[in-house]
Design a protein around this ligand. Sequence first.
Ligand code: MOS
Length: 752
Amino acid sequence: MSATQEISTISPIGRETPRVDGPLKVSGQGQYTADFHFAGMLYAVPIGATIAHGRVIELDTAAAEKMSGVRAIFHRENIGKIFRSTAQPNFEGICEERRPPFEDDIVRYYGQYIALAVADTFEAAKAAADAVRATYAKEKPNVETRLEADDDPDLVVTSFGPRHRVDSQRGDAQAAFARAQVNLDQTYVTPAETHNPLEPHATTAMWDASTLTLYESSQGVVNLRSVLAQMFGLPNENVRVITKFVGSGFGDKLFPWTHCPLAAAAARQLGRPVRLVLSRKMMFHGVGHRPRTQQRVCLGATPEGKLVSLQHNYIYQRSMLDAHHEDCGEATPFHYSVPNLRVTFGRAKRNIGAGADMRGPGAVPGMYATESAMNELAHQLKIDPVKLRIINEPKIDEGLGLPFSSRHLLECFQLGVEKFGWSKRNPVVGSMKRDGVTLGWGMAGCAWLAGRFAAAANVQLRDDGTTRVACATQDIGTGTYTILAQLASQKTGVPLEKVEVALGDTSLPAGPISGGSLATASTVPAVFAAADSAIASLMMVAATTPGSQFLGRKPEDLAFENGRVFVKTDGPGTGAHFADLLRRANLRLVTGSGDAQATFGDPKAKFSTHSFGCHFVEVTWQPEIARLRVSRVVTVIDAGRILNPLAGRNQIQGAVVMGIGMALLEHTSYDPQNGAPINSSMADYIVAVNADVPPIDVHFLDFPDKEINELGARGIGEIGLAGIAAAITDAVHHATGVRVRELPVKIEDLLA
Ligand code: MOS
């Protein structure tokens, strides 16, 4: 066996690697934001408006202020200055609700913070918050569910920059639709959905003179720092954000929300640390939601199933002030080969909190619509839905006119068909039975963007044979601690248990948000460059330290592999371990920094970079008792090289679970009287739980995508949620004959 093979067999890359932080979590030692305690810490509870449209005309805080243990009731008059923030280049300074809390007396959504109670204990703060009385000038809120596009200009400003309302266009889609022999024109609706991570949003803020430290449950500490620094008029280096463990985030924790500056402002006024933890109910108001969408899809095709025209017009709801963009057309221009295409969008203002990214933003509701339309077209043409997709498989990204860096969707279909047993499908509605229940089989494809955010990292090699890798990214439960350890181990040869990972702290080299499924791909080149730099420093030490066996050697004559420095001509396995070299030189460590530029959003990109996949779903239907269950799912994903298949499968399974929720359960309803989210509790907002979830059989293709990074790894956090709802609703149609085009599928829909 050659040395290279030896190393590859011990490489942690591509191995089923259990979480390196698992023991800390299961033993309760992993500290989440609300687990940090500080001397003199006070507790804050926000008071939310109980109207969704109007004005606060009087705030009576007298009774609350007199209550025992109460330190202050803050409101517009006494909170102190909080500035607005603005976006910066390179995807920094992003915020979905720009209005600083308490900026004016106008109420634009139910639950908008109008005051903040701070007390010695949480209980006292909660009691005081409940004792604050507000009087409003109330107007009727607009929470209308039917969406019509507002009169926006052709170019709109969104949270992520300007966007043309004609998103993508080629050929003449309207004329081609009119001429097409086969037409499909349907509208699909997805409801508002609320992020429900187990750990609610939380902030603990404290000041030391003009330095602000924030413990925050965040998916992006660096971005949060830049927004909060702006809100308090500080240089970035005067703000530190710490996020050691996150009890999950689905996009709600990507960018800061208004409770965060409130905690910081209260801490400033009182000169004490202040902790603010949102209640589950508050999670439905001011920390984002997946906006409701209404999407019209028009397909024109030949009788043989070749698409000649594709139009996708989507409208989404947004808040009164904010400009989250729900990019439903993200995958539409490239997913199928079609000469005539037009993707357009509109927005509809409502008296609700700001919309936000939620796992697979844009593409998840978007592909529900487009993949549903493809399934309906397949049914109309009596063509197998897999075959219809194969007929329309593109050779390049026809939207950008660029080749794909790597696209293996057809191989995904092939494997999915085989694993699911799709060839046994009888397409006749209600025709398939098993054990007295009706079966429905459906499928859909999926896609999700790939690329890198800018990232920097630091790697140390230490005299006890350990290594430390540091990057100001976060682990939101997806496995980033483990991935960073794997990357450092790969480069340094240090076994995983001797790798220290430091993340979740803005004092570390700036790292990416845990978003867009880009964190892993982004950190690979940064960590590798940092490790190379540390190793270069080590070579220099080896060649210059008196008494070193390499003294006088040129660094370029030396090599490093598997933790050892050796003379190239002697080969690996010879030489000395870095720990011995460091000890001999009386060095505790050598250190190296590295970074890598972003590819995400690069206007000069030479390739179209995406991940792909497909879902095959079986449902069972018992009309006698109106019971619908998802009974089997096969998902195949082409996401480049999978660095940790254990964590990778976990991500896809989790996304499929959310997809079952999206298809059958999840929706946030707003009360037309007062604009309140009606079902704002875990009892009333139903998410898929174990009892709803069948065996989920996940397969990964293994086509490394070297355009993304040298390991060929794309991302896997979100793609598993794209397409699944379309596969489930198609399976529901196959079982019941009912075509549901508004999610979630309700039992009432099936009782025709
Ligand atoms: Mo994901 S919605 O980018 O956290």
